[in-house]
Design a protein around this ligand. Structure first.
Ligand code: ADP
Length: 168
């Protein structure tokens, strides 16, 4: 909670430092695979990564992109109990790279979708009552992606899982 609050504070004051460097997302995801194995074990989950090789180099802050992925994957696992199936899919479009994080969880009602990226917004659900959370994660993700010049959004239906997508 404290680390989320500090992040938001820094974001609002415009003082959050970004360290843009050359990044190959396919190589980055290969490195990230090992960390995901622990999440899989702890959550009885399967996490698949579908990513083409030889993606173009982009300018990005690797730590911040990792923070976004951790948040989206963390949410996907939290809201897809007891058997989370998560797919991280990377698509190489003409002008941008798109990353989808898809889960098989409880889904989100249409009326809630536009509000999810607001600070402190949480839907009242059993998963939230059990694990708490801060409602800040997606607001932080939105800021990080928009600072990279990308967009973040979500498609979902109640009971049919959710797909969070961002572009870089
Ligand atoms: P937190 O997870 O700490 O509550 P977030 O900003 O990351 O905060 O998410 C805000 C809310 O959006 C969550 O509380 C939950 O209600 C909803 N949400 C986020 N990701 C998912 C998901 N994959 N499936 C269902 N609901 C989700």
């Amino acid at each position: 909670l404290i680390s989320d609050l500090l992040d938001v504070q820094k974001i609002e004051s415009g003082k959050i430092p970004f360290n843009f460097k050359d990044l190959r997302l396919d190589a980055f995801l290969k490195g990230y695979r090992k960390e995901l194995e622990k999440f899989e074990k702890d959550n009885n989950a399967i996490i698949a990564i579908l990513c083409p090789d030889n993606l173009p180099v982009i300018k990005a802050d690797e730590d911040k992109i990792k923070q976004v992925l951790m948040n989206l994957v963390g949410n996907a696992l939290k809201f897809s109990q007891p058997n989370p199936r998560v797919v991280i899919k990377v698509g190489n479009e003409r002008d941008y790279i798109q990353v989808d994080v898809k889960d098989n969880g409880i889904g989100i009602a249409k009326k809630d979708l536009p509000k999810l990226f607001q600070k402190f917004y949480q839907i009242d659900s059993q998963s939230n009552r059990k694990t708490g959370g801060t409602g800040l994660g997606l607001a932080i993700c939105k800021h990080i992606i928009e600072t990279h010049g990308g967009e973040i959004g979500v498609r979902s239906d109640v009971g049919k899982g959710s797909t969070f997508s961002f572009t870089l």
